[in-house]
Design a protein around this ligand. Sequence first.
Ligand code: NAD
Ligand code: UD1
Length: 343
Amino acid sequence: MHVLVTGGAGYIGSHTCVELLSRSDRVTILDNLSNSSLEAIRRVEELGGGRVNFHKVDILDRTGLEDVFEQNIDTPFDAVIHFAGKKAVGESVEKPLLYYHNNITGTINLVEVMEQYGVRNLIFSSSATVYGEPASLPISEECSTSACTNPYGWTKLMIEQILTDMQFARPEWNVLLLRYFNPVGAHKSGRIGEDPNGIPNNLMPYITQVAIGRLKQLSVFGDDYDTPDGSGVRDFIHVVDLALGHVAALKKFTDNPGCYVCNLGTGKGYSVLDMVKTFSEACGREISYKIAPRRAGDIASCYADPGKAARELGWQAQYNLRDMCEDSWRWQQQNPEGYGKQD
Ligand code: NAD
Ligand code: UD1
């Protein structure tokens, strides 16, 4: 299979490309490297044991996109996995137009060029954020999607709608909307992992940077939620499990065309304090933390009903919280500055 991976140099994309290469798929990455580095691609090749065909292109650049499809006309793409997008929630509140333009216009460009070249199998990276404050737990795909609390979340919900409408109008298309819960962890080798810019917003990279001494103390946002220990509960999923979910999803394209939505989560909820404790055990260091006020826009609990992915994709998560912590720690320890100082 020849797979075009947009955003393939990024956190989830790089792990997915390793799994694709490992099963001898042909992999082409298209990325503008706005939130990633060439070093990640070099390491993907090392881990996957194969070469990647890389194009430094922006999905907003229509001509650049067409060139990539044109250059691959003799070995056309069988499917596209579309990870490219901006994902920082806080930044999306400050720069909404940047987010709407990059994520939505970029996706429309991509889909138009795919149609132009007759490539009609698409996997899109959506997020559990589309469920907003869930009406019930665990969250199944039937749960209503609701008001998002930030422009980033809205881009995901709007793109889901755009792709659903597009597939309805063009029934020969195969569209898979994958809603990720909270991806954490890193490849077992410690060679690739999450490399956030600046001070991390998300829990796991914040904890790893406290553990390595780059940050002083974690703020636990709220201990008065209606959860077992009062801190927020999330469905943390190992990034390698997530990557394998995409590999499983590609097989779906041999079935009937349609527009499908599927959760990728473990089905288990762990609290922020569970995570601090497990990480501390995994790295053998105390994680300094203080209880801070709730963060605006946060919900108490969020975890998946992963049944549909098991039934329809034949996929379920394998790694536990301890694995996620050990692997994140190995990546952080081996790369204290991320990829930054290695190019
Ligand atoms: P990431 O930032 O590490 O990877 C995204 C990649 O897309 C980066 O390499 C970046 O350079 C590239 N990119 C961004 N805009 C681009 C553009 N205009 N043209 C070309 N390349 C562009 O993020 P990630 O964590 O790997 O997330 C991948 C996808 O999954 C994103 O769409 C994200 O919104 C979605 N997602 C992520 C999470 C998460 O917690 N990481 C959760 C749910 C959904
Ligand atoms: C966030 C985004 C979501 C996005 C997802 C993955 C918000 C409101 N939601 O999800 O849209 O899809 O990241 O990128 O930003 N926490 C702390 N201290 C910290 C950081 C986090 O206590 O320094 C807590 C949070 O309050 C939350 C949990 O850890 O309870 C997980 O937070 P985070 O990793 O940011 O993910 P989400 O908020 O679930």
